[in-house]
Design a protein around this ligand. Structure first.
Ligand code: UDP
Length: 253
């Protein structure tokens, strides 16, 4: 496919104009960032893994009637998605206390929460994506009452689906972040899951050992990130082992 006009370059992905109006090509880079991009690295194979994993999760969600932007994977690093108007909120669902919630509320990492908790963060890197409440969202018109209800419902359905899929391969879904976009269909608008779902935006712990299989491996330098993501992909049957880790046959020049 001929290279198309770039629309946006983010920390882990590049968006290009799609082949038809209303479509976008999402390219997954190998770049990893953490702590609001204070820590950066290139991790060979990460983009390939996240492209495949996001495809796997989004295809499954589409199949159970949770609408997503995913149309099809194009190649190792690119997928075709529907263009959406992104709501400027990061929607986080938590099952077990970790990360910023543990710090903010003084709850020990690993403590199960009484029920899944949905939080909203305002998407603004210069502010460090601050936690916001429904009041802020409504007053600043980032989303309506109806949107808020729909976002919580979508996020909880994604949580149920992802928790079940992970549980089946011995992984606990601690928390995750999704982004949600608006699509317009005639006179109607509806909300669909957009961006990506991958170990970059989830916390995934091995049920038996508690081993971290997500971006915390990079955040806290506790192992090889590509190996952790390959483990998730292999357990889910998405990728054969070692296919992206660079240990396969080498091209002889
Ligand atoms: N998360 C994300 N992007 C962000 C912030 C958080 O994907 O900009 C994900 C993160 O990987 C975790 C969940 O959202 O799975 C909750 O993150 P938390 O608020 O604990 O923040 P962190 O500890 O990552 O700073």
């Amino acid at each position: 496919m001929a290279r198309r006009r770039m629309i946006y370059e983010g920390k882990a992905k590049i968006l290009y104009e799609g082949p038809e109006p209303g479509t976008i090509v999402q390219y997954f880079k190998d770049d990893a960032t953490a702590f609001n991009a204070e820590k950066k690295a290139t991790i060979e194979g990460k983009g390939v893994l996240n492209n495949r994993l996001s495809e796997h999760f989004m295809t499954g969600l589409n199949a159970i009637g949770v609408p997503t932007h995913f149309i099809k994977r194009l190649n190792m690093r690119e997928q075709l998605v529907r263009a959406v108007e992104i709501i400027p909120l990061e929607v986080v669902v938590r099952n077990i206390a970790a990360g910023s919630m543990s710090k903010r509320l003084g709850i020990e990492e690993g403590t199960p929460l009484p029920r899944p908790i949905v939080e909203f963060y305002y998407k603004d890197d210069s502010l460090g994506d601050p936690l916001v409440t429904d009041e802020h969202i409504l007053a600043f018109q980032w989303a309506s009452h109806q949107d808020l209800d729909d976002m919580v419902a979508l996020a909880l359905r994604v949580n149920d689906f992802m928790s079940g899929m992970m549980m089946a391969v011995g992984i606990k879904l601690i928390d995750f972040k999704i982004e949600i976009g608006r699509v317009f269909e005639g006179d109607y608008q509806r909300l669909i899951v957009a961006d990506e779902i991958s170990p970059d935006s989830c916390r995934l712990w091995d049920i038996e050992t508690g081993q971290k299989l997500d971006k915390d491996v990079f955040r806290h330098d506790i192992g090889d990130l590509a190996d952790a993501y390959t483990e998730v992909a292999t357990r889910l049957g998405v990728m054969p082992k070692k296919s992206v880790s660079g240990t396969g046959p080498k091209l002889v020049q």
